[in-house]
Design a protein around this ligand. Structure first.
Ligand code: GDP
Ligand code: GDP
Length: 448
């Protein structure tokens, strides 16, 4: 789910209303707090993930309007539905019309929301919003929390309600398995010339040749979907390819923002490295962003055909890569690394199994009762420190979200628990529940 709309219509206000106030996210990297670009949100019994669009407006050097357009189109490709917000007090302005135009080709996914309608305000704007031709607008006031039940009704067409919290569900994690009809959103990223296009052509078959798209290929034609062992895969890395046909300098400028956009919209990101030159600083930066954004990461070492002559140095290079990854991303252990030659196809059959394995882990849900029994055990095995003369209590833990696994821990004195203890919990969590290779998030809260 994404909220789109021009500045000042109330997107952040609505975002905060649906996401609720959250404390800083604590990773197991000491002292790391950051704002997430994607947050678990809830309205009544509907739980969903909201993309925080505010950040999109300000990153990158592009003109604001171009960025808004790009985000809007990407949001509509990746989200189940898009909340298109207008300011009903201001009425529909030309920029709103632009948004409407970008959204029109997927009108079925668009929910028009007329904000700032508290009291009886905004009637004129509401009428104008009707005229956009994107369905009945829903009057709300994000600031005052009005109109949320109508919004709930509209969202319910796109989101399954949550099942009742149910102890019976324990032990049936398999029920939580990924919906096989929902495509895995795959991104293939990496420095120029590492072989991304060659790899993609291998994966989807030769009939869809994408290396160096000619000018004139429409954006819709670049959408790439395929099936792997009965499971749907959709590539989200399209802008980078589209841009390849443009001038080199421009490509460079755009590629950072582009890569980031692509990462944010993907489920699994394959970072392609060149075997001749692995773990370049830029590779590590890209991989780091994948983890920061909470995506599932697979490291792919391409062009292994170039290593074949010298096995000893190949294995040295390999070890160095594994070590560097291990050292660079303390918060993710055992990132899958797959080597192949996209050119001759050797080893390529190992890539998609690795992608789906890590995807399934990334989708895992640990049942609450199990988690709390585990928490009691951890507390006994390794009691939390004393703070102000009292033992810190680990009260309750629950997984609030999957994709990536995100946990909330209620602690009596969160600010006193300390990074060492958190790291201990994270490591045990990863080992005991089988969550290798994916970022795990842990938020601490004081009990209400
Ligand atoms: P964004 O730029 O789209 O993220 O907009 P913001 O969420 O920052 O809101 C812009 C302004 O509109 C702020 O001053 C908000 O307080 C105000 N605002 C947001 N929602 C409402 C609402 O429901 N009613 C009114 N009257 N003002 C609102
Ligand atoms: P991209 O910029 O990452 O999309 O890279 P391309 O797919 O366009 O590949 C860049 C160059 O690397 C091309 O000349 C490819 O033929 C070459 N290449 C791609 N994969 C391999 C590989 O597995 N082995 C070798 N030796 N060359 C490769």
């Amino acid at each position: 789910m994404a909220i789109v709309g021009r500045p000042n219509v109330g997107k952040s206000t609505l975002f905060n209303r649906l996401v609720g106030k959250r404390r800083a996210i604590v990773d197991d990297t000491p002292g790391v707090t950051r704002d997430v670009r994607e947050a678990p949100a809830q309205l009544g019994d509907l739980a969903f993930t909201l993309l925080d669009t505010a950040g999109w407006e300000t990153t990158g050097g592009e003109a604001l309007e171009a960025r808004m357009r790009r985000f809007t189109e990407r949001a509509i490709d990746s989200a189940d539905a898009v909340l298109f917000l207008i300011d009903a007090r201001a009425g529909v302005v030309p920029l709103d019309e632009s948004f409407a135009g970008w959204l029109r080709k997927r009108a079925d996914k668009v929910i028009v929301v007329a904000n700032k309608c508290e009291g009886r305000a905004g009637q004129q704007g509401l009428a104008e919003a009707h005229a956009l031709g994107l369905g009945d607008p829903i009057p709300v006031s994000a600031e005052h929390g009005e109109g949320l039940s109508d919004l709930h009704e509209a969202l319910a067409r796109y989101i399954e309600p949550m099942p009742e919290e149910d102890e019976e569900a324990e032990g049936s994690e398999e029920d939580e398995a990924v919906d096989p009809k929902r495509p895995l959103l795959l991104a293939i990223v990496g420095r120029p010339n590492v072989g991304k296009s060659t790899l993609l052509n291998r994966l989807v078959g030769e009939e869809r040749v994408l290396t160096g798209p000619e000018a004139g290929i429409t954006r819709d034609a670049i959408r790439v979907e395929w099936e792997w062992k009965g499971r749907q895969v959709r590539l989200v890395d399209t802008a980078g390819m589209r841009r390849r046909s443009r001038i080199e300098a421009k490509l460079e400028a755009a590629s950072v923002a582009d890569t980031l956009d692509t990462i944010r919209l993907a489920d699994v990101v394959v970072v392609v490295l060149d075997a001749a030159d692995m773990a370049d600083k830029q590779d590590l930066t890209i991989a780091g962003r994948v983890i920061d954004e909470g995506r599932a990461l697979v490291v792919a070492v391409n062009k292994t055909d170039l290593l074949a002559d010298d096995r000893a140095s190949a294995s040295r290079a390999w070890r160095k890569l594994a070590d560097r990854l291990e050292a660079s991303f303390a918060q993710v252990k055992d990132v899958p690394i797959v080597g192949f030659s996209a050119l001759n196809g050797r080893g390529i059959d190992r890539l998609m199994p690795a992608v789906f394995t890590t995807y399934d882990i990334w989708n895992k849900r640990v049942p609450t009762p199990k988690l709390n029994r585990w928490l009691r055990e951890m507390e006994t095995l390794h009691p939390p420190p004393l703070a102000k003369g009292r033992r810190i209590r680990l009260r309750f833990m629950t997984q609030i979200k999957r994709r990536p696994p995100t946990f909330v821990l209620q602690v009596s004195q969160p600010e006193e628990l300390g990074d060492d203890y958190l790291r201990y919990l994270m490591n045990r969590l990863r080992d005991d529940f089988g969550l290798p290779g994916v970022p795990i998030r842990l938020t601490m809260r004081k009990p209400n």
